[in-house]
Design a protein around this ligand. Structure first.
Ligand code: AMP
Length: 151
């Protein structure tokens, strides 16, 4: 059976990211392309429903730009640690599952690799990024179990 030639690893830039990338590298064929993507959620997405929209939020654009700088630096560090070239590192903007699906579809990704904490109780009811990515993916999805020692 042919191995996956194009793999997308969804990274949240926490310390567990390197574990998820390492698992993708373990199953990748020698000629496989591995891409890493971090999805930055727009701040107004995050605060809607929690904090009333007000003039205080007019500076959100600047804050997002600053955050994006930090995100790129962190993603570059994960890429360097794992030997993934810069052109395979992507910062996307939007809702994580939606953007991961869109990137995978537009770039003919054959496998999405994502971390999972094995949610229980309320977390299970609310859903997780791994669940959202799994449901609705047009390609295979590998969920890498994150254990407490990996964090
Ligand atoms: P969580 O939903 O926090 O349990 O995250 C589980 C996994 O979803 C992480 O290990 C990543 O693979 C992926 N993930 C979560 N948030 C993001 C994000 N903002 N961008 C890309 N991947 C993410």
């Amino acid at each position: 059976m042919a191995t996956y030639q194009k793999i997308l690893v969804a990274v949240d830039l926490s310390s567990e990211s390197e574990v998820v990338v390492a698992k993708a590298q373990m199953i990748a064929g020698p000629a496989a392309e591995i891409h890493l993507a971090y999805v930055q959620e727009p701040m107004d997405n995050i605060y809607v429903g929690i904090v009333p929209q007000s003039a205080a939020f007019s500076g959100l654009g600047d804050l997002e730009t600053q955050l994006e700088g930090g995100v790129k630096t962190r993603l570059a560090a994960v890429g360097e640690q794992s030997g993934i070239p810069l052109e395979c590192l992507h910062v996307l903007r939007g809702t994580p599952a939606h953007e991961i699906h869109r990137f995978a579809d537009e770039n003919n990704v054959q496998l999405i690799v994502i971390g999972t904490h094995g949610q229980k109780g309320l977390q299970l009811l609310l859903g997780s990024t791994a669940n959202s990515v799994l449901h609705g993916s047009g390609c295979d999805v590998l969920a890498v179990r994150i254990r407490a020692k990996d964090k």
